[in-house]
Design a protein. Structure first.
Lengths: 92, 212
């Protein structure tokens, strides 16, 4: 009976800590308008790693992935519609 | 030990799958719950970019980064426990779950220290709120989001710690086996989600405005 962690979990954990270091490092670099998109892109990579490996979505069928994606799909609609309003308002 | 499925299921595998789908439905409601907060933050950050950068610079990035590493590590322990409880190593899994719960407690203690620092710096929105410069109003908005979002997240962490301790104790008593372990998987999904929310809160709260 082996209780060692699966290799995928160890690599994901180290990858997540590496991405954390990377995102803190890039936050201190002057990249102008790119700082926020890079921070959010790294956060999304971390979230995907957590969802795919830790939450085991990569081993699940399409039904489970559809259930897992549903909340994010509706969140995307909410953000999209809200910003299609706020980003097109003329300055007062 | 429920080695036989409940009457409405064909077998334990199907019961396990339904339990996980149920947890994913709950997590979808949680995505939209935190999503509302993040939408509010995004709209105000869009309207007051300088003020939000100025306010975010006053957050404790060292504590925030340490807390991110702590939650990621606790998630690793939970994922490890879930993977070995299937092989029948329920006692080792109990230790890993307890370790993850302990890391959750460290997270909450660090969060408390961080709140104390912000209270001393008069950054809590209210009568004693003080913020120098032209961005006081938008800093008030930022710290309102900060305290609501992190407090609600901390509540989720606290609930997660209680769930992990409960599951660890049950695993210690031999309640789970290679055949029956759905509660460990489902509790793990909740804990990973709490971690996932923090990853985004960290990027939105601690990282803006570090260059200027």
């Amino acid at each position: 009976m082996s209780w060692y962690p699966p290799r995928a979990l160890v690599f994901s954990w180290l990858g997540l800590l590496g991405l954390l270091g990377l995102t803190v490092f890039t936050a201190y670099q002057s990249l102008g308008a790119f700082n926020t998109p890079i921070a959010l892109a790294i956060a999304s990579c971390k979230a995907l790693l957590i969802a795919a490996v830790f939450m085991e979505l990569r081993e699940h069928n399409a039904l489970t992935i559809a259930f897992a994606s549903a909340g994010f799909f509706w969140l995307a609609i909410m953000l999209w519609l809200a910003f299609s309003d706020y980003s097109t308002r003329p300055a007062l | 030990m429920p080695e036989t499925p409940a009457f409405q299921f064909v077998d334990l595998r199907q019961q396990h799958e339904v339990a996980q789908l149920g947890m994913w439905v709950f997590l979808a409601t949680e995505v939209l719950f935190f999503g509302g907060l993040i939408l509010g933050y995004s709209v105000y950050r869009f309207m007051y970019p300088e003020g939000f950068a100025d306010a975010a610079r006053h957050t404790q990035i060292a504590i925030g980064s340490a807390n991110t590493a702590i939650l990621l590590t606790s998630s690793f322990f939970v994922a490890w426990a879930v993977s070995i409880v299937r092989l029948g190593a329920d006692r080792v899994a109990a230790i890993l779950l307890a370790a993850a719960a302990a890391l959750g407690c460290v997270f909450l203690v660090l969060k408390g220290i961080e709140y104390k620092v912000e209270y001393d710096e008069h950054l809590v929105p209210g009568y004693f709120f003080t913020f120098g410069g032209p961005n006081a109003t938008s800093a008030w908005l930022f710290f309102s989001f900060y305290f609501v979002a992190t407090a609600i997240h901390a509540l989720h962490v606290a609930i997660g710690i209680m769930v992990l301790i409960f599951i660890a104790l049950k695993a210690r008593c031999g309640a789970y086996s290679a055949r029956y372990h759905a509660p460990v998987t489902v509790a793990g999904l909740y804990w990973h989600f709490v971690d996932l929310v923090w990853v985004f809160l960290f990027a939105l709260i601690y990282l803006p405005g570090r260059t200027s």
